[in-house]
Design a protein around this ligand. Structure first.
Ligand SMILES: N[C@@H](CCC(=O)N[C@@H](CS)C(=O)NCC(=O)O)C(=O)O
Length: 264
């Protein structure tokens, strides 16, 4: 069974999982779940993830939700191929885990609140931001980024001088902060954080995941009314096959018509 990722190309957590699969050179199919149409709350999707969120990962052994758990699983299962993402020694692994915790417990809640208020709310529902929420979370993120600046002045990556899941888990929301929420100065004003972002965001695995669907030749994404219960094969998207990782697009529910705009 080929690996399946149920998600949406513009979803930050889906992008992080797709990036891990690319780093590992694992072939997968993307099953598009239309969040605007609330397909993630349908009974058939809740069988895959009772929390009702994307991404969901599926292979012949397991169906998993929660992107960080999925990423750890992929990194362990395919430890012998592609980019090592976990660290080699017990110490390296512990430091990778430590910075993954920092991302999940402190970085993500603040950056998510900022991106949600300044970008996601408007994109999905046309609502304006609550600027008090933005201010509180910007303060928290600023303090945390000062810690990152200090850490990254000592080592090239968060867990040491090697790229790992600790760095990778920052991709989705940092990209939105930089390009959609008008807050790139939070990263760019800190030279070591800026250099780190420049480095990790130029990796080909992330570029492929981020640009999924933005290739003009990937027009089949505008397919509408796919059957609700099953996945519909719409063929491999030209320009998205490379580096040992082949992606195919499928659809679950109605694909958002603005998808290629959102990923541009
Ligand atoms: N902690 C989860 C977060 C998943 C999540 O919030 N996914 C968003 C898209 S990035 C979603 O499904 N939103 C739709 C909803 O909450 O109904 C993970 O990392 O997988």
């Amino acid at each position: 069974m080929v690996v399946k990722v149920y998600g949406l190309p513009i979803s930050t957590a889906t992008r992080n999982v797709m990036t891990t699969l690319h780093e590992k050179g694992v072939e997968f199919e993307l099953v598009i779940v239309d969040l605007k149409e609330k397909c993630q709350k349908r009974p058939e999707f809740l069988k895959l993830n009772p929390i009702g969120k994307v991404p969901v990962y599926q292979d012949e052994e397991v169906t998993l939700f929660e992107s960080r758990a999925i990423n750890r699983y992929i990194a362990r299962k395919y430890e012998g191929q592609g980019t090592p993402l976990l660290g080699r020694t017990p110490t390296e692994r512990a430091v990778v885990e430590q910075w993954m915790e920092v991302e999940g417990q402190y970085y993500f809640p603040s950056i998510w609140a900022i991106n949600y208020q300044l970008y996601i709310r408007k994109m999905f529902w046309g609502e304006g931001p609550d600027l008090d929420i933005v201010a509180i979370n910007e303060q928290k993120l600023t303090a945390l980024l000062d810690v990152y600046e200090s850490r990254l002045s000592e080592s090239k990556y968060l867990a040491g001088d090697f790229f790992s899941l600790a760095d990778l888990s920052h991709y989705g929301h940092t990209e939105y902060l930089m390009t959609k929420s008008g807050k790139s100065h939070l990263i760019n004003s800190r030279p070591h954080v800026a250099a780190w972002w420049e480095d990790i965001s130029s990796r080909s695995a992330w570029q492929k995941a981020k640009n999924y669907g933005s290739n003009p030749q990937s027009a089949p994404v505008t397919i509408s009314d796919a059957p609700k219960k099953s996945t519909t094969h719409i063929g491999a998207w030209p320009g998205l096959t490379s580096g040992g990782s082949k992606m195919e697009a499928h659809s679950w529910g109605k694909t958002p018509p603005s998808i290629s705009l959102m990923t541009s």
